[in-house]
Design a binder for this molecule. Structure first.
Ligand code: TZP
Ligand code: MG
Length: 205
């Protein structure tokens, strides 16, 4: 998320989201009205310190320079951004590289380039990304899984607690959401409702 996605102060949204069960955070300060320059860096620092205090990885969307400056845990890039292989090379082996993929071919290329996880979508229509690709539904996740790809897959796009189950059934390991949590009046509850969908995951077999 970024500041423009937040119904309340971003720091409060993040604190509440993590309290509700969010396990991974991507700083994505973009779109009309987004912070720029030192204000964007300052917000990043605030949110990173919240993540650090809670043991949640802090990933920067599409800004290698900012990620290096902050010693962030990683970078997430889309197909239109710098090549994944270059990001991996610049970050080294120990940081997290996430890549958005919209097809099996893009997924395979991202893995070859050194991605640690793939964001797959948009699963459903989204209002949080102006230049989003056409909706892919859950079939794309099934297709990537059926091809034998074992890398963590994260569904994204219009996902909330009411429509997340099919995304997981299709084979996703997780879901990435912006508005369902950042735009909620109660981000803790919104995150908890999503986290509840994963509640069985820790039960040993
Ligand atoms: N990439 C594909 S859809 C999307 C991004 C960044 C936006 C997701 O936001 P929301 O509000 O969860 O639909
Ligand atoms: Mg991008």
């Amino acid at each position: 998320m970024g500041s423009i996605n937040c119904a309340r102060p971003p720091e409060q949204v993040l604190i509440d989201a993590i309290a509700g069960g969010t396990t991974f955070f991507q700083y994505r300060e973009k779109g009309t009205g987004a912070l720029t320059g030192s204000a964007a860096v300052e917000l990043a620092r605030q949110l990173q310190s919240i993540c650090r205090a809670q043991g949640v990885p802090f990933i920067v969307n599409d800004d290698l320079e900012l990620a290096l400056q902050l010693d962030a845990d990683g970078v997430h890039i889309g197909q239109e951004d710098a090549p994944a292989a270059l990001i991996r090379q610049q970050l080294g082996p120990d940081k997290i590289v996430g890549v958005s993929a919209h097809s099996l071919a893009e997924a395979k290329q991202a893995i070859a380039d050194g991605a640690d996880y793939l964001g797959i979508g948009p699963v459903y229509p989204t209002r949080s990304k102006a230049d989003a690709e056409p909706v892919r539904g859950t079939a794309i996740i099934e297709q990537i899984r059926a091809a034998g790809i074992t890398l963590p897959l994260v569904g994204i796009g219009g996902i909330d607690a009411r429509n997340a189950a099919p995304v997981l059934q299709a084979g996703a390991d997780g879901v990435a959401v912006i508005s369902a949590i950042a735009g909620a009046l109660d981000s803790r509850l919104a995150a908890a409702e999503l986290a509840a969908l994963f509640a069985g995951d820790n039960i040993s077999e």
